[in-house]
Design a protein around this ligand. Structure first.
Ligand SMILES: [Zn+2]
Length: 276
């Protein structure tokens, strides 16, 4: 699944490749990706010029002239490809934008869970899915106090709480496992039962993890590749995710894989014990 660092890498790649391009045609091969009528989607975007690609958590925001924004949620498997020929797109490419320089922007999504929606630019932050998002790592809104206050109000386990995007946005399965290992927190620990020491360790762990991952261009767990076809390098530094059976680099105990919040979860049974 693309996580915040991957989406940020895609955003930067798209800005280099297609900023200032005008959309001259749109082909929608699978209408389920589009929120609302496909004809409205096309009418709103054809002829528009792309000003820049922004991001909120794991949503890409394509800002166009005429104060229109296309919100794109990649969900499980979505990715963008910029190509010079329609023949370069396979059967999993469901939406194709023709650009005025002869290139094509294709949206590829094997599982078809992604969504695209056009809204007035000033309504983006009020859109239901985006309004519900908590503060993002590495921003002024994400403070130790905000994190502590958010977790205090939640009784479900810390893994589910960090995944649900309300207390902090942008962390997916891989990075939640990694930050819980760094802060020595058991994934099944109730969110409102963290010790002071764990809370103090969790905040910088989240910021560090996201900063490091963005710098490395995201992970290549599964099939993530950025808009230019480059693979991320972050998988080299994963401490617990996908490390089942390997020794913990902190204590030597074998990393275990269990199910928490319905997701495969990796942790060290010796470094990450439940609090009393
Ligand atoms: Zn350990």
């Amino acid at each position: 699944m693309p996580e915040l660092p991957e989406v940020e890498t895609v955003r930067r790649g798209l800005n280099k490749l297609i900023t200032n391009r005008k959309i001259t045609a749109i082909e929608v091969r699978y209408p389920g990706i589009i929120v609302g009528p496909v004809t409205d989607f096309k009418n709103q975007l054809i002829g528009r010029q792309l000003l820049d690609v922004g991001r909120r958590a794991k949503y890409l925001l394509f800002h166009f002239d005429h104060d229109l924004t296309m919100i794109s949620h990649l969900r499980m498997e979505g990715k963008y490809q910029v190509r010079s020929s329609l023949g370069d797109f396979d059967k999993h490419v469901h939406v194709i934008f023709t650009l005025d320089d002869g290139q094509y922007l294709g949206y590829r999504d094997v599982r078809k869970f992604g969504k695209m929606q056009v809204v007035p630019t000033d309504a983006v932050l009020k859109t239901k899915s985006i309004a519900a998002l908590g503060p993002e790592p590495l921003t002024p809104e994400f403070t130790p106090a905000a994190l502590a206050a958010g977790l205090k109000r939640r009784k479900k386990n810390i893994k589910a709480t960090l995944l649900d995007q309300h207390v902090v946005s942008g962390l997916g399965n891989i990075y939640v496992d990694e930050v819980l290992w760094m802060a020595q927190i058991n994934p099944n620990e109730p969110a409102n039962n963290l010790s002071e020491k764990q809370l103090a360790a969790l905040y910088p762990a989240i910021n560090e993890e996201i900063a490091t991952a963005i710098k490395a261009g995201g992970t290549t767990i599964r099939s993530y590749v950025d808009a230019m076809g480059h693979k991320g390098k972050f998988q080299l530094s994963l401490k617990v995710y996908d490390q089942e059976g390997k020794p913990c680099v902190r204590c030597g105990q074998q990393i275990q894989k269990i199910k928490v919040a319905g997701r495969g979860t990796h942790f060290c049974p010796q470094c990450q014990v439940l609090n009393q």
